[in-house]
Design a protein around this ligand. Sequence first.
Ligand SMILES: [Zn+2]
Length: 108
Amino acid sequence: MSRFLKQPGSRVLSSTEDQSMFLIAADDPLVPDDVRLPDSLGGGIKRVRRGFVAPCPACGEEAFHLSLEGALNVAECLCKGFLWYRSITFSLTMPDRAEADPVERSET
Ligand SMILES: [Zn+2]
């Protein structure tokens, strides 16, 4: 399978193998099947779970993000390029019902 390079904000992808071959994404934004991690993150291929639009972690502008396997995300920032970040998941615990109920007082 051929792999393509994408520049932030661009729909034109260039082939990593053939410099004269390009792919123009029909979907905007494009959600690829998988992405290659930069060497600084260890390289390798990560599957893409979904794409979503959210504020950019760097500049706050609305940006397109990809959610990858392994709680890794990448935001497509038009000024800073691709920003790789980890998402933090947390759970909220509800207090016990007994604790939430007001304490009964008997007034005599
Ligand atoms: Zn940004």
